[in-house]
Design a protein around this ligand. Structure first.
Ligand code: SF4
Length: 381
């Protein structure tokens, strides 16, 4: 029997646990190492006692990943903000006529890669952008080949499944062909963006011109099948219902059971400012911290035993709440994310340093470690 389970039963006299007459059956199942169903997930999303939910998630975190909190030294290259889509959730995209619309040339990308690697010590380049309607597959191939030629040891984590799907449609190549050609060029891994929320009821109101949830999952599956690992994300805190959160996480879980290709799950808190959802008053305010912590805890509990890493995206949560989230199931702080543009467009403060991330982790008495893209520890502090 798991220690957490025993503690709940034994410590009823504990001041923090007083008044708890019942432990949700879903939590009991989770702590006994059983797989949770969709209905169990709904029960967790409705669990009245957030503290208990968090304690269960924290206990599973400890079991899966110990006391280490990891981060990668990453640099974000947003190669274009021009996008054929126009998602109501997005503050980043431009249509091309605006003064601040841009597309980086290969030389400009290389110049930024030099800053990332030579000046900032990045081990990972996280490359994402809008769905540019005129860039051919050769642009992406040249981008990857040029960077790899100059920096063979840097990990290129580029193009979300949503971008890959778009490029496939635009260039009339199959998803497999696009992925294979990019892998042959030197692509190492895929970022996990564009997943948003898979359930159509929410998805159709927050995205416009982006692949469906099924198409995103199928593209990730095909990437895994040719040996490319990827992150996965979920955008929460907009118009979704608890059912959509559970549906999303379970679909990720089921795919990972087949492929084991996801490196980490990153629940992304929705940022409201400068989005169409804000302008059209479809959402009045961002989600409360208690909801954010609940989603992170439920992610850990539902994915336990299938995916070891739950990443806390400090840019969207804020650094202080990120520290709390590391007690609600999180074991990773994503990375330094130098030069991030997408959340910056929603007014989020996105500047940090390796030292600051180490301090944030030390402050909560956990052990900081710098990792590579695939969660191999490079340095401990
Ligand atoms: S979320 Fe991505 S696909 Fe949608 S408009 Fe923004 S950049 Fe384009």
């Amino acid at each position: 029997m798991h220690r957490f389970y025993i503690d709940i039963r034994r410590d009823k006299s504990d001041r923090l646990l007083q008044g708890i007459e019942r432990v949700t059956p879903a939590l009991e199942k989770a702590m006994a190492g059983e797989e949770l169903s969709y209905d169990d997930g709904i029960q967790l999303m409705r669990e009245e006692n957030l503290f208990l939910l968090g304690a269960a998630a924290d206990s599973l975190r400890k079991k899966n990943s110990g006391n280490t909190v990891t981060f990668v030294c990453s640099y974000y290259l947003n190669y274009t903000n021009i996008c054929a889509a126009s998602c109501p959730l997005c503050a980043f995209y431009r249509k091309g006529q605006e003064a601040d619309a841009y597309t980086l040339t290969i030389e400009q990308l290389l110049a930024r890669a030099r800053i990332a690697v030579n000046d900032l010590g990045a081990t990972e380049l996280h490359i994402v952008g809008g769905f540019h309607p005129k860039l051919g597959l050769d642009y992406y191939e040249r981008m990857i080949i040029s960077i790899k030629k100059e920096f063979p040891h840097v990990c290129i984590k580029a193009l979300t499944p949503a971008e890959i799907f778009f490029i496939s449609k635009l260039t009339r190549n199959s998803v497999k062909e696009v992925l294979s050609r990019l892998k042959d060029s030197g692509l190492d891994a895929l970022p996990g963006g564009g997943a948003e929320i898979f359930h159509e009821q929410s998805r159709n109101l927050i995205v416009r011109g982006k692949c469906s949830g099924e198409e995103w999952l199928d593209t990730a599956r095909q990437a895994h099948e040719i040996g490319l690992r990827s992150n996965c994300t979920m955008l929460f805190g907009h118009i979704e219902k608890p059912e959509h959160i559970v549906d999303h996480i379970i679909r990720i879980r089921e795919l990972n059971k087949d492929t084991n290709g996801f490196t980490t799950f990153i629940p992304l808190k929705f940022s409201l400012e400068n989005t169409e959802l804000e302008q059209k008053h479809m959402i009045q305010r961002e989600s409360p911290s208690t909801y954010d912590l609940r989603v992170i805890a439920v992610s850990r509990i539902l994915l336990s035993d299938v995916l070891n890493n739950i990443s806390v995206y400090w840019i969207a949560l804020g650094k202080k709440l990120a520290q709390v989230a590391l007690h609600y199931g999180g074991n990773d702080l994503v990375g330094t994310a130098f030069s991030e543009e997408i959340f910056k467009a929603t007014g989020k403060h996105n500047v940090t340093s390796t030292e600051e991330l180490i301090n944030l982790i030390n402050e909560i008495n956990r052990q900081p470690a710098q990792r590579d893209t695939f969660f191999n520890v490079l340095r401990r502090f």
